[in-house]
Design a protein around this ligand. Structure first.
Ligand SMILES: Nc1ncnc2c1ncn2[C@@H]1O[C@H](COP(=O)(O)OP(=O)(O)OP(=O)(O)O)[C@@H](O)[C@H]1O
Ligand SMILES: [Mg+2]
Length: 311
């Protein structure tokens, strides 16, 4: 039985704007699943539907076989949610935020208090336990969000951009913490804009674009689906406009226009060099590398249009 199964999910905001269009998604128990997509693709909306925070017009959404609408309390109790935005009660201390959450899920007070102490110590927040969340730094707030999501020991942990605005040291700590949690059997569903982070952590991923899942597979298969190496060009001067598509190959501007990246296919290098030559731009360095998850991401979420992205 899948941990999360979504079939034909369509959602409109105010019955007008179609945020999710026939979205399909399956997350198996024990997976470390990356839910990736550009800004506005529909990631947070999908998470809202899974956690019962957002309504939807049609589709079938199940958590461990239970319907998120009919069996709301049961499905919600199986999920720990780390939301994208801080949504703490401003009148509670860090410790109360955790004990109240435990109470919400029916955990006896003494047990809740014990778990709160463990997590506050684990996340290095013990000395801040009496403080309201506004007195915590951004990184501390992120840790408190994660602690709160884990208070009722959910089967699935959903994290909506948990590492946004987090420094390198904390990021590495969170990575190893989440990996460890997953190796002990917790299903993890993660959104992030750091595709390298997803490549390091996730076993499986779905790429969502304009409200649809455009690819879903193991991370290895998503990368190998590209079937070819990539060429990176370092340019002597920046190029600001370059066709997004050359032949059937997508070209991405990198390094603020000081580089180009594209999939190696017969004849493509010549065509790109020709365009650069016409623009009077010289090449400093040429590199060939294996494809990454980021290449898969950029290829699958490419929109038709002119200027490249600064990935
Ligand atoms: N409450 C709302 N009312 C109306 N439209 C909304 C609402 N919330 C989101 N949307 C729209 O739905 C679309 C999907 O938004 P969503 O927040 O799910 O994207 P996202 O993939 O999480 O993006 P990001 O990476 O920026 O967090 C966007 O076009 C957004 O403007
Ligand atoms: Mg979002």
């Amino acid at each position: 039985m899948p941990a999360i199964q979504i079939k034909n999910l369509t959602k409109f905001y105010r019955n007008q704007f179609k945020a999710l269009a026939d979205l399909q998604l399956t997350v198996e128990p024990g997976q470390f699943f990356g839910f990736l997509g550009p800004n506005g693709a529909g990631k947070t909306t999908t998470i809202g539907v899974i956690t019962g925070l957002a309504n939807f017009q049609s589709g079938d959404v199940k958590v461990f076989g239970k319907d998120v609408r009919k069996d709301y309390r049961e499905t919600r109790a199986m999920i720990g949610l780390v939301p994208q935005e801080f949504n703490f009660d401003p009148f509670l201390s860090a410790e109360q935020i955790l004990t109240y959450e435990a109470g919400y899920f029916g955990i006896p007070y003494r047990e809740g208090k014990k778990r709160a102490e463990e997590w506050l110590k684990f996340f290095d927040l013990w000395s801040k336990r009496k403080d309201g969340y506004k007195r915590l730094s951004g990184g501390m707030k992120r840790r408190l969000l994660i602690a709160r999501a884990l208070m009722h020991d959910p089967k699935i942990l959903i994290l909506d951009e948990p590492t946004a605005g987090v420094d390198l040291e904390l990021r590495y700590q969170l990575w190893s913490f989440l990996k460890d949690l997953n190796s002990k059997g917790k299903t993890i569903f993660l959104t992030t804009h750091y595709i390298e982070e997803a490549e390091k952590l996730c076993t499986h991923a779905a790429i969502v674009h304009q409200g649809r899942v455009v690819a879903q597979d193991s991370v290895d298969k998503l990368i190998h689906g590209l079937h070819a190496e990539f060429v990176d060009l370092d340019l002597k001067t920046a190029v600001y406009e370059f066709p997004k598509q050359v032949g059937d190959v997508q070209v991405v501007l990198t390094n603020g226009g000081r580089g180009l990246s594209f999939q190696e296919k017969p004849g493509i290098v010549n065509k790109v060099l020709h365009i650069l030559h016409e623009k009077g731009i010289e090449i400093e360095k040429v590199g060939v590398r294996r494809p990454t998850l980021e290449d898969a991401f950029l290829t699958l979420t490419a929109k038709k249009g002119a200027a490249g992205s600064d990935a």
